[in-house]
Design a protein around this ligand. Structure first.
Ligand code: AMP
Ligand code: ZN
Length: 117
């Protein structure tokens, strides 16, 4: 169900423009408007869920497979030498947009980005 004030629901529906990377019946991937690295992708379920815990198990499994496809594509196309998968859940963890989403961040040797290491 769409949340009428949710920007990611609007992106999924094409009411807000985005740079689409890939789409299936249940998921939509697009470029982050404020990329932490070149090619930074956001993956969202088309249905509105707030956090990981709201996503039904079967859909969660499907989402992981979709992310694997996005990530292997990124490596195949040499858009990164590696990648990070990040999900912020709830406000204190940095979740600004209240529609569950996963960041896929391409990494390059020596890019100098420090996340958990
Ligand atoms: P988070 O902090 O995990 O909630 O991340 C939200 C992400 O959504 C941020 O990295 C933003 O740059 C990104 N974002 C917000 N609005 C848009 C938009 N209209 N198109 C693409 N990315 C967006
Ligand atoms: Zn939404």
């Amino acid at each position: 169900m769409e949340d009428e004030n949710c920007i990611f629901c609007k992106i999924v529906k094409g009411k807000i423009k985005s740079q689409k990377v890939m789409e299936t019946d249940n998921f939509f991937a697009f470029l982050d408007a404020n990329p932490r690295a070149e090619g930074h992708i956001l993956v969202v379920p088309k249905r509105h869920f707030v956090t990981l815990l709201d996503i039904p198990d079967k859909l969660g499994e499907e989402m992981l497979n979709f992310i694997k496809k996005i990530a292997s594509d990124l490596l195949d196309k040499k858009k990164g030498d590696g990648f990070n998968i990040i999900m912020n859940n709830l406000e204190c963890a940095g979740q600004a947009v209240k529609h569950a989403h996963i960041h896929v961040v391409p990494r390059k040797e020596g890019d100098g980005m420090h996340l958990f290491v």
